[in-house]
Design a protein around this ligand. Structure first.
Ligand SMILES: Cc1ncc(COP(=O)(O)O)c(C=O)c1O
Length: 500
């Protein structure tokens, strides 16, 4: 049977569903009804249509309608009289005050940014993470379609029946003990890291590890050497925590720095020695030793971000910096984001043994932590050899994709475009563009044509960035690479021709 309120609600709901495709329908229906009650379209005492009728009129399930009705009753907008239907309440609650444009939130003449705290502004201004996090040639993302989800799910399902309830509670002690053991074995074998399980803290990504390190070992006003160009994620967290950045140039041997005493030695040196991000060189042995000696002498903490070292396509894997001089003030950080998938938000750090308890306490106090079931599953996945097998398989896939992309680049542009510091590793290539080329404009043009090619210049802190493009090949199968590459190549050639 058609109802008056059904006539009113069904078209409003249809409109909302087109506008807000990501929002659950029961939530949209609840909003429709709530707004209609507020604007008087459904006055006090109105009987809402029976759930079955409204479901039929709006073309949605009865359960969806029931959910929305229950929410309205719970919030006092309606009352349900058992057996006789749902009615709009006599006195309705005020609308929640936090609506965009509400003067109480953003008074006329004052921007939202103007009302944020200084720290809040640092957090949100200049953020570089893109809304799109998948597709050619987005950097930093492995081929997540290749993750052995079925195997992981099988382990997780079994463990969820076997594990004690404590594993579903808050995580303390830096994560799940068995994962510490599995990681210690893996890191010793694969990365030459010198560690015991008790030195490992599992974090929600490298980002959280960097935040924790900066908060536990640094104070606002401390200095940190960071690579120039370098990873913006690290820089943002340091800046938010009040650490002053000293960008240090990168050359073919990695980050360059003064080896003699400086007036004010930095509190931290953040480096990516296995595969400098984004340019790609491996830090040379002599530079590594210089850095460790400097750090030991001056009380500087070296933070080794070993984010994608598993993917090196020729020669031997590069051993970690941490393992080179046991006892040196190094914190090693690694992640499952590149070997498995970023959405897992699982990384780990190895801290010198005397600091382990402090880091575990701080982690629990700051973030509480969880995901013990996933950590238990990962431990089993690693111990069974399947993790190493997955990495070996992906290494071959990525090597082939990389070689194919280089072939495409050379066919379209000729030789000499891959950056001179490239070391045949990782998940992306850097193309060096002729000096003076506007790489931001090229990237914008490529984006307008549907392809992501991040400009190299945005990875620089200083005023003299070199232009280039970051092209990640890891998530793009060969058969899908030609079309996006042709878009990028056209954008580059058009920009270079315009410059002449
Ligand atoms: C150098 C570097 N470190 C760390 C990360 C991110 O690691 P996570 O996803 O574990 O936060 C990235 C991601 O692209 C990276 O490029």
């Amino acid at each position: 049977m058609k109802s008056i309120s059904g006539d009113l609600i069904a078209p409003r709901l249809a409109r909302l569903r087109q506008e807000k495709t990501a929002v659950a329908v029961n939530r949209l229906l609840y909003e429709c009804l709530r707004d209609a009650i507020h604007d008087g379209s459904l006055p006090a005492g109105t009987r809402l249509p029976p759930t079955r009728d409204l479901a039929a009129e709006a073309g949605i399930s009865r359960n969806t309608v029931m959910h929305a009705y229950e929410q309205l009753i719970a919030e006092g907008y309606t009352r349900g009289l058992t057996g006789s239907g749902t009615y709009v309440a006599e006195r309705i609650p005020d609308l929640p005050p936090l609506k965009p444009g509400n003067p109480a939130v953003a008074p006329a003449g004052k921007s939202v940014a103007g009302r944020l705290s200084r720290r809040g502004r640092k957090v949100v201004m200049g953020a570089q993470a893109q809304a799109t996090q998948w597709g050619a040639f987005l950097p930093g993302v492995p081929d997540v379609t290749q993750v052995p989800h079925a195997k992981l799910a099988q382990i997780t399902a079994r463990l969820s029946r076997e594990l004690p309830p404590s594993t579903l509670s808050y995580a303390t002690n830096g994560g799940y003990a068995r994962l510490h053991q599995s990681l210690a074995v893996y890191l010793r074998q694969a990365r030459s890291v010198v560690c015991e399980p008790g030195q490992i803290v599992v974090t929600e990504g490298v980002h959280q590890a960097i935040d924790l390190i900066t908060r536990v070992l640094g104070d606002a006003g401390d200095h940190a050497w960071v690579e120039e160009p370098g990873y913006w994620g690290t820089r943002s967290i340091l800046e938010i925590n009040g650490i002053r950045l000293k960008p240090m140039p990168v050359d073919a041997e990695g980050m360059r720095f003064p080896i003699q005493a400086t007036a004010r030695p930095p509190r931290f040196a953040f480096v990516t020695p296995s595969h400098q991000y984004p340019l790609g060189p491996v830090m040379s042995l002599s530079r590594r030793l210089d850095l460790l000696n400097f750090a030991a002498q001056h009380g500087t903490w070296v933070v080794e971000d070993d984010y994608d070292s598993e993917f090196r396509f020729s020669g031997h894997p590069v051993a970690s910096l941490q393992g080179l001089l046991p006892g040196a003030p190094v914190i090693y950080v690694g992640t499952f984001s590149k070997t498995l998938y970023p959405g897992l938000r699982m990384a780990y750090m190895v801290v010198p043994a005397p600091f382990a308890a402090a880091f575990r306490t701080a982690q629990s106090k700051l973030y509480r932590g969880g995901h013990m079931l996933q950590q238990a599953a990962l431990a089993e996945f690693m111990d069974s050899g399947q993790y190493a097998a997955h990495i070996r398989r992906m290494r071959l896939i990525y090597a082939a994709r990389r070689a194919y992309l280089i072939q495409l680049v050379e066919q379209s542009l000729g030789p000499g475009w891959v950056h001179e510091y490239d070391s045949n590793a990782g998940l992306h290539l850097v193309l060096a563009l002729p000096p003076g080329t506007d790489d931001v404009a090229i990237a914008a043009e490529a984006a307008a044509r549907g392809v992501i090619a991040r400009p190299l210049s945005i990875y620089y802190f200083g005023r003299n960035p070199s232009p280039g493009l970051i092209l990640a090949f890891a998530s793009v199968p060969q058969e899908e690479m030609l079309a996006p590459w042709q878009v990028v190549a056209r954008c580059i050639l058009e920009a270079v021709a315009k410059k002449r």
